[in-house]
Write a protein that binds this ligand. Structure first.
Ligand SMILES: CC(C)(COP(=O)(O)OP(=O)(O)OC[C@H]1O[C@@H](n2cnc3c(N)ncnc32)[C@H](O)[C@@H]1OP(=O)(O)O)[C@@H](O)C(=O)NCCC(=O)NCCS
Length: 428
């Protein structure tokens, strides 16, 4: 990275809860506030020193679209802490983090909190076009007779609401359909997907039981009773079996498909936050960095092609910018949108075709599975779209520190055919 070194000081997240369960009464703003408050408390940080909050979300509130500003308006932070929201689909927290990194590297900021939040339990539900037109006309009607005329024109089809779809606006293809397509194009078998999903649940179970995964979590007390506090993810199936996974029916291609609820990441609520500082300011304040950001990259390909292959194009660039190869990497965290996507991406890393598309003569190489998602991933832990990037960065950072490794690589695929990769370096 050019510019000043950017230190990762600490990170925290809420538990990740399947949508419609424990956090259904909390908005993304509520989750984000609790998470940022926890980060400030845990790090014993003087809130007045925080210069900016950069936050990601994918399905924003219609009434409070700048979630970052709402989160920043908490008692622990000064009103002068600037705050803005970014959106890059499932890499939104990553975008928030790299925006913060850039500002610190450039010397514009010294202390920034970045991350994201998502409440898929609380997505806005819109009126149909016809109903919207009639409501606007109603508000403009000048007489009672005019209003009655408009109201009497409302038809049942006008009352059908529009809910946000996890579908590409450009192609109409849902994420799940894209994962199906990728499984077929890359010859990823159902068995391999289910085995990968099982691995995710087993490793996440171990990481939760031994406290490594739960160490990242700040508990959330949910109103109205506030008891008991929620302090662990509720999607991890400690009792998951390959037989149960094999028995699930495909969701997105019911006849010929292989992508099931079991080998997909679930719709999830949660938030994450990471404290980033310039190396100099961290030293002055007495904070010991966990790691430094060494490089990052973003990529994009045609969404109609293989929607979730972005990491295969971003990772070689991030590695190149860091001046390292896959052989130098001690630990890898890859976002698990679907097992079919992870396995396609891993195949892509070994492919000369994808390497050349990324502008390199040689492939990234074969990923050593013992270094990959060592505490499971989004399939088991969950995937609150706007928060996942912060969760993955902290899982990677903390585990790199625990293992005494030197370099970590993370990747995230995102809607729109986009990808992200980042290389971090443990602080010596
Ligand atoms: C795949 C998806 C449609 C499934 O939604 P769902 O049907 O509400 O999922 P559920 O959690 O109810 O699971 C369905 C069934 O599978 C079972 N199941 C899920 N995971 C399982 C596992 N690991 N082992 C055993 N059974 C499992 C559930 O118990 C449930 O069984 P039931 O119907 O008997 O209760 C939804 O999770 C989804 O859309 N995921 C993809 C999200 C996405 O696109 N993300 C973007 C990626 S970047």
């Amino acid at each position: 990275m050019l510019g000043r070194r950017v230190a990762i000081i600490a990170g925290v997240r809420t538990p990740f809860a399947r949508a419609g369960t424990l956090f259904k009464g909390l908005s993304a703003i509520d989750l984000g506030k609790r998470c940022v408050a926890e980060l400030i408390q845990r790090t014993n940080l003087d809130g007045d020193l925080v210069e900016a909050i950069v936050y990601g979300t994918v399905v924003p509130s219609v009434t409070a679209p700048n979630i970052a500003r709402e989160v920043s308006l908490m008692p622990m932070l000064p009103r002068g802490c600037e705050a803005y929201t970014v959106s890059r689909a499932c890499a939104s927290a990553n975008q928030a983090i790299t925006d913060a990194v850039d500002q610190i590297a450039l010397g514009n900021r010294d202390i920034v909190i970045a991350g994201g939040a998502e409440s898929l339990s609380n997505v806005p539900i819109l009126h149909s076009r016809g109903m919207s037109d009639k409501l606007v006309a109603l508000s403009r009607a000048k007489s009672a007779a005019g209003r009655v005329k408009i109201l009497s024109s409302v038809r049942p089809r006008d009352l059908v609401p529009i809910t946000p779809a996890i579908a590409e606006p450009s192609t109409g293809e849902t994420m799940g359909q894209s994962a199906e397509k990728m499984s077929k194009l890359n010859h990823i078998s159902r068995e391999d997907q289910d085995q990968f999903a099982l691995r995710s649940h087993r490793l996440a179970s171990v990481g939760s039981e031994d406290g490594r995964l739960t160490a990242e979590i700040g508990p959330v007390w949910v109103p109205p009773s506030y008891e008991p506090g929620v302090s662990s993810d509720n999607g991890i199936r400690t009792d998951s079996t390959i037989e149960a996974l094999r028995a699930l029916k495909p969701v997105f291609d019911k006849r010929y498909g292989s992508v099931t609820a079991g080998n997909s990441s679930p719709l999830t609520d949660g938030a994450s936050a990471v404290l980033l500082m310039s190396e100099e300011r961290a030293r002055v304040l007495g904070y010991t960095p966990l790691a430094f950001i060494r490089s990052y990259a973003y990529s994009a390909l045609d969404p109609g092609e293989q929607l979730l292959m972005g990491p295969v194009l971003a990772a070689p660039v991030a590695l190149h910018r860091a001046g390292v190869t896959l052989a130098n990497i001690d630990l890898i965290e890859m976002h698990e949108a679907f097992a079919a996507q992870v396995l396609s991406n891993l195949d892509g890393f070994e492919s000369r075709y994808w390497a050349e598309r990324a502008g390199f003569p040689e492939p990234v190489g074969a990923v050593d599975r013992s270094k990959l998602n060592v505490m499971g991933g989004s399939i088991a832990i969950g995937h609150p779209f706007g928060a996942t990037g912060g969760r993955i960065l902290m899982t990677l950072t903390n585990e790199l520190v625990r293992r005494g490794g030197q370099l970590g690589l993370m990747t995230v695929c995102a809607a729109g055919g986009m990808g992200h990769a980042m290389v971090i370096e443990r602080a010596a």
